[in-house]
Ligand binder design. Structure first.
Ligand code: 5RP
Length: 229
């Protein structure tokens, strides 16, 4: 039996949003990689759009396909921004950072006139579940201080410094920072998480995209649907 790649289905739907002349933001992950390939294959589109990306891997793929890539620092507004996520709920609040680039991804999401999540069905839940951690990016000097602050703020949570798969120490982000995965047993009120974490000196950004997305494309066995908050 042929298996359907739902992320590809979501990417194909995302492609239909893009018009000639658009400035388009692209996040990270396999759904976005599908979208890059779909954009590259669409007649006339690649030459007429400009793209901005949060991810080194997405950038490499865009370069491979000859897209006009703009530096994020030169852009204040995007027509569209597409990104995947690890989980999102009915309010389109999303948990991200499988790829560890959420700080830049959130900046692009904030720049977008239309921020669209795209992914496969299992990521869509009624209410966020603590099966996915909230990730913070922090400056290395703040490591012990942030660990202490997290113990005081969330005594029941398990913060874990993200370690490299190669077992050679901590993951260092593209901007030289650390990542901390905070595993909750139960989430505190979701609206309070970002203000609490971002008030800790040394914390740059969290992977919780609180009510930022304007819509979400979900592909699953019932087809492709677009949901709004
Ligand atoms: C990167 C992310 C990714 O979008 C997320 O991990 C989903 O990726 P995929 O499309 O491969 O399922 O959050 O920070």
């Amino acid at each position: 039996m042929e298996t359907i790649d739902y992320k590809l289905e979501a990417a194909r739907k995302a492609l239909t949003y893009v018009r000639e002349g658009h400035t388009v933001g692209l996040g990270a992950g396999s759904t976005i990689a599908h979208l890059v390939r779909e954009l590259a294959a669409a007649p006339g589109l690649r030459e007429s759009i400009s793209v901005v990306t949060a991810s080194f891997n997405t950038r490499l793929l865009l370069q491979e396909h000859g897209f006009m890539i703009r530096e994020t620092a030169t852009v204040a507004q995007l027509d569209l921004h597409f990104d995947g996520c690890d989980q999102f709920d009915r309010s389109l609040t999303a948990l991200k950072s499988g790829g560890g680039v959420h700080t830049l991804e959130k900046l692009l999401a904030a720049m977008a006139q239309r921020f669209i999540l795209a992914g496969d069905g299992p990521k869509y839940v009624e209410k966020l579940l603590p099966t996915v951690p909230v990730v913070i990016e922090l400056i290395p000097d703040a490591l012990s201080f942030v660990q202490q602050a997290l113990r005081r703020l969330y005594p029941d949570a398990r913060p874990q410094l993200r370690l490299s798969n190669k077992k050679d120490g901590a993951v260092i982000t593209e901007r030289g920072n650390l990542l901390m995965d905070i595993f909750f047993t139960a989430f505190p009120p979701v609206a309070e998480i970002n203000p609490q974490l971002k008030a800790i000196p040394g914390v740059l950004e969290t992977s919780l995209f609180y009510r930022m997305a304007h819509e979400a494309i979900i592909a699953g066995k019932n087809g492709v649907t677009v949901v709004f908050p």
